[in-house]
Design a protein around this ligand. Sequence first.
Ligand SMILES: [Zn+2]
Ligand SMILES: [Zn+2]
Length: 281
Amino acid sequence: MRLIVYSKALYSTWVYYSPDRILFDCGEGVSSYLENRVFAIKHVFLSHGHADHISGLMGLINVRNNAMGDQEKELRVYYPAGSFFVSELITYFARTNRNLQYELEWIPLQPGDRVTLLAGRHPRYIEAFATVHARGEPSLGYNVCEVRRRLRPEYRDLPQEEIVALVRAGKKEEISETYVQYLFSYGGDSVPLNPNLVRGTEVLLHEATFVEELDRKEYKHSTVWEAIEVAKRAGVQKELILFHLSSRYRWEMAELEKKIAGLNLPFRVRIIPPGEVVEIE
Ligand SMILES: [Zn+2]
Ligand SMILES: [Zn+2]
């Protein structure tokens, strides 16, 4: 997995997930940081229409049309159906970008909708899920899902040679089952996510705008501690990445990391410091 994350609450959030060439949210600064790498982006999935998550669209759409790169490569932008802010932007782009060299497609999504990323033996797709953020502005989170096969529980303890014999006898289908693994989950802006919606994900990006509960005036965002609780309940397998931190905590990063390390969690926790681009291998 390779990720590039920039996130500072109120200002800008964007996350580039390279395995499937997806940009999750498109806050300002994304194109000037990625430069020619913007041509690698195939899909943009917007979590909601607030300015800090869409303010980079103007730059991205323009750079893809004018910079050195494949200017004819199409770009698909997915967004929560019914988003007023995104709908207004679509009208704006339709009026002001009549000479786009590539196809720009806007696709509204509802919770539960799926978008195919990859066909083949282990198909991958995006599944949108509902989040709870601001009144009147629909919001979505997204799971990157992979369809896999595994042995049925009753066959898992059999010795290897017996499994091989069953497969040779043409019973491969019979002894195995299909399951869906979440490889990566992006929650966007939200109060604590419903853990069932990201169950067993390998990597969870959960927003954590606040460290102190008292700093939260309206119930629209999560605290660091709530995000950790969600990850515990969801059984996150590898890593929890906390993003959308308020810049008021910029000087408390080391202390916060120490507190989290003291919790001895069964997964790694990484905090994206507000105002820094973090590249993760
Ligand atoms: Zn935000
Ligand atoms: Zn927001």
